[in-house]
Structures are given as C-alpha cells and as structure tokens.
Design a protein around this ligand. Structure first.
Ligand code: URA
Length: 230
C-alpha cells in the first residue's frame, strides 16, 4: 500500500496533510526518514513511526471526533452536512456510533466496525455516557434522587437510573447508561428545565481529549480499542 494512503486511511490526516508530513520528514520507515509520499510499504511488516508514534495498520478504523454544532450524526443527508463530511478519510463504510443531536457537541466515535458499534449501542451493555449541559429553569436538590430513581418521560417511558451533578446554578453533568432519542433534553423537560447546550465528554472509558478542538478527530490508540472491545 502507498504510505500516504495508509496514513490517511488510519486517520492521521487528509491525503494532502499526510503527504506534507512525509515530505517534511516526519515519518520513519524501518528507522529511516522517508520523503517520498508514494513509496510502497508492507503494512503488515514494516515499522512506521509518525512523530514518535508507532503507526499500526488496521483494516478497521476507529476515530474519536469532537463533533461541532451544525452536523447531523448520519452517513448521508440531502440537506444538512453530516459528521462524515468532517472526516478526510479514504476508507469507505465509516459511520457514527449512535447519534448526537445536530446542536450537541463532543465525543462521537466513528468506525467501520459494525460488530463493535452494535455491541456498544446494545441496551444489554449499559455503556456510560457523560454530558455537560447548561439549562434554564430551576434545579431542585430533590431532582438528584429523581434522576437516580428513573425520570418518567412525556411518553411514559421510565428512564434507567442516571447520575446528575450540579456544577453551577444553571450548569451540570449527567451520566446515562442508555441512549433514547433526545434523552437528556427530554429528561430535563420532564423536570421543567430546558437544555441550552449539551456536550458529550465521555463514552464508556473514552474521554473527550482537552486538546481536540471541535471539528477535529484522532485515531483511537491500540489500548483504547482493546478497552472498548473488552
Ligand atoms: N441527549 C440529547 O437530548 N441529545 C443528544 O444529542 C444526546 C443525548
């Protein structure tokens, strides 16, 4: 496989960006700097290092995106930009694991591993998702227990226990272990409050990296992938 194709496939940047990395000598192939972006590599056996980081080729792609507002969590949409428009990726078959609303920001996993996505989203596995939110309306201390006991949504659905921590009078943190449509907004509405901003800061063991700007993404590390699979 061509070196630039491999690096782009693995999510290290667009084809153009990774070509620049190679031409600047950021990539070591079996210990030697290479400057030739179309050089062919043996993806199974060659040692590839990009800026001190070992690049392990994987057919399956796992990217952690910091989703900005204004993008829908879909692979295709006739009207709106999708989260995949943010991924400069040559690999086909990528999709977001679950959904964040168009106006929600934060951690969204993008992969082509259908089996893992299915397991992470399965209600059986209760993957924890933590969000930071701002809201209008009065927060009463008794709400913390109501979240623990299970909020009843407007359609009668009883939510699984959730954890709410108030950070400031109109700002909090909430962890849920399921993923119903507009769940956080609906839970807050059920208690007479309205969400004004929502950002996912963790998904299972994965945390939104502080240095990842909105719209940016990075590949998961080998350890992060193993953890998710476990
Ligand atoms: N809950 C919501 O209401 N919106 C999201 O995007 C995620 C969780």
């Amino acid at each position: 496989m061509r070196l630039d194709k491999l690096l782009a496939h693995m999510g290290y940047g667009s084809r153009k960006e990774v070509k620049t990395f190679i031409r600047k000598g950021y990539v070591l192939l079996n210990g030697e700097a290479v400057f030739d972006d179309d050089i062919k590599v043996d993806e199974e056996n060659d040692e590839i290092i990009l800026l001190d980081q070992s690049v392990e080729y994987q057919k399956q792609i796992y990217l952690l995106l910091n989703k900005p507002k204004g993008y829908v969590s879909a692979t295709y949409d006739t009207k709106e930009p999708t989260v995949l428009d943010l991924i400069e990726e040559t690999q086909k078959g990528l999709f977001p694991v679950g959904r964040l609303d168009k106006d929600t920001t934060g951690l969204l996993l993008i992969t082509n591993d259908g089996k893992l996505a299915h397991e992470l989203l399965s209600p059986k596995h209760h993957v924890a998702k933590t969000y930071e939110l701002t809201f209008t309306g009065e927060f009463k201390n008794s709400f913390v227990n109501q979240f623990k006991e299970g909020i009843v949504l407007e359609d009668g659905y009883i939510c699984k226990p959730a954890l709410f921590t108030l950070i400031e009078p109109q700002r909090g943190k909430i962890t849920i272990f399921e993923g119903k449509f507009h769940q956080i907004k609906r839970m807050m509405l059920a208690l007479g409050m309205e969400v004004t901003s929502l950002r996912r800061i963790s998904f299972g063991d994965l945390e939104l990296p502080k240095d990842l700007a909105e719209g940016e993404y990075r590949p998961l590390t080998k350890e992060e992938i193993e953890h998710l699979k476990a």
